[in-house]
Design a protein around this ligand. Structure first.
Ligand SMILES: [Zn+2]
Ligand SMILES: [Zn+2]
Length: 420
């Protein structure tokens, strides 16, 4: 009998974590944080031996709690895709920095982070790795560079955990591997189970239009994006439209792009970033920041929801400039300055509360699959059992799947342990 215990991301996004007990091994699938909360929340805690951690990708909602085990003395080998270790190093170090700035303690130290990173086993797609009894294979998830869908074959049962995934290629990524073995139990993310994304081509056209219009008005086209994967994607889009330069990149994305470009094998077009980066300039000092806003240009910066990072500084300088624009390139969580700006037209954080005169637009460059792809994926896989996690509407999603004849369930706090 194989037992699945859901530890987080039940009916919500954040703190992903699932424990798979095969009777022989205890295998952990992700152990993230809920980054919207201050201090961040972790999944339900697990004691005792863990044989392996299979990390779907570096985003903190999936990886942010991994160092807790090193801190408690039950650390284990972490299997993950290439680039994930270095992206984790970047994001985990940053989360410690933020905790110090905001004055709360995390349940691990920089030393524990180093111990966890030392036990990483970067693993190639589609090549099985033997644990004690089970075999583990990582399939490309197409979400961000290094993202994988771990597949466990216990000998009796097969389990696929999607992590976050995207079907179909983008400029940066090839898209998830859908050529998969027979799956008994599927654990799928449900972020967009209730809606479709805007067609990507239309979003690219709109981005190019906004940027061109801003440049022709001698303005600065400010674009916010997530540090890992998103700014790279946007640079490739701008390049494909032959946008007039200068194009600047600021914030954590600079380091993330460098890490991603070192593992070209995970990219759709391995040489693409090299070509783009020849034309892009990194903003490396505050002096330079002050300079680049004085001339027409494109600035891509973090954070994606305007919660911090250089984008907040740029907003403070450009908010009243009608010839400038701000493009938000992804989903804005309730309560973030990005969401507030879309709803009220004001940019509000601890330091500033102003009416924004720039042209503001949100576009959808999501790296998650939409509703139709989600159902098509499940239909193709035709698993015996489906567990719906990582979404605001997991219970409705499970009900819909049940109506289509699937044995589907959305784990919730008081019903979260299942035998398969
Ligand atoms: Zn993710
Ligand atoms: Zn996620």
């Amino acid at each position: 009998m194989v037992q699945l215990s859901f530890l987080g991301a039940m009916s919500s996004v954040g703190s992903s974590g699932i424990l798979v007990d095969t009777g022989v091994e205890k295998i952990l699938l992700d152990y993230g944080t809920k980054i919207q909360d201050t201090p961040p929340k972790f999944p339900i805690s697990i004691e005792g031996r863990i044989d392996a951690l299979l990390l779907s990708h570096a985003h903190l909602d999936h990886s942010g709690g991994a160092s807790i085990f090193s801190a408690r003395g039950n650390g284990c080998t972490t299997y993950a895709g290439y680039t994930t270790r270095e992206l984790c190093r970047l994001l985990w170090t940053d989360s410690i920095k933020i905790s110090k700035e905001e004055g709360y303690d995390l349940p691990f130290t920089k030393h524990d982070v180093e111990k966890t990173l030392a036990k990483f086993m970067p693993t190639k797609f589609r090549i099985p790795v033997k644990l004690h009894k089970s075999k583990v294979t990582l399939f490309d998830a197409g979400h961000i560079p290094g993202s994988v869908m771990p597949f466990i074959d216990t000998g009796n049962k097969t389990i696929l955990y999607t992590g976050d995934y995207k079907i179909g290629s983008t400029r940066l990524m090839k898209g998830a591997d859908t050529n998969l073995p027979k799956v008994d139990a599927l654990i799928t993310e449900s972020t967009y189970c209730d809606r479709e994304h805007a067609e990507r081509g239309s979003q690219e056209n709109e981005l190019a239009r906004i940027v061109r219009e801003t440049l022709s008005n001698d303005g600065v086209a400010l674009i916010s994006g997530f540090a890992v994967g998103r700014i790279d994607e946007l640079l490739l889009v701008l390049d494909s439209f032959g946008i007039d330069y200068p194009v600047y990149v600021d914030g954590m994305a600079k380091k993330a792009i460098t890490i991603i470009n070192e593992q070209k094998g995970v990219l759709r077009d391995p040489k693409s970033l090299d070509k783009v980066l020849q034309k892009v300039e990194y903003v490396t000092s505050h002096q330079m920041r002050k300079k680049v806003i004085k001339q027409p240009g494109v600035i891509l910066s973090t954070s994606g929801m305007l919660t911090g990072g250089p984008i907040a500084w740029y907003m403070g300088k450009l908010f009243d400039k009608q010839n400038c624009s701000l493009t938000l390139s992804g989903f804005q969580v309730e309560g973030t300055p990005g969401k507030t700006l879309l709803e009220t037209g004001r940019f509000i954080n601890e330091e500033i509360d102003v009416e924004v005169k720039m042209r503001v637009r949100r576009l959808d460059f999501s790296s998650h699959l939409g509703r139709k792809d989600l159902f098509d994926f499940i239909n193709k896989l035709n698993p015996e059992k489906v567990f719906c996690v990582h979404g605001e509407h997991t219970e409705e999603f499970a009900l819909e799947l049940k109506e289509k004849g699937y044995d589907a369930v959305a784990p919730v706090a008081n019903n979260r342990i299942f035998d398969i």
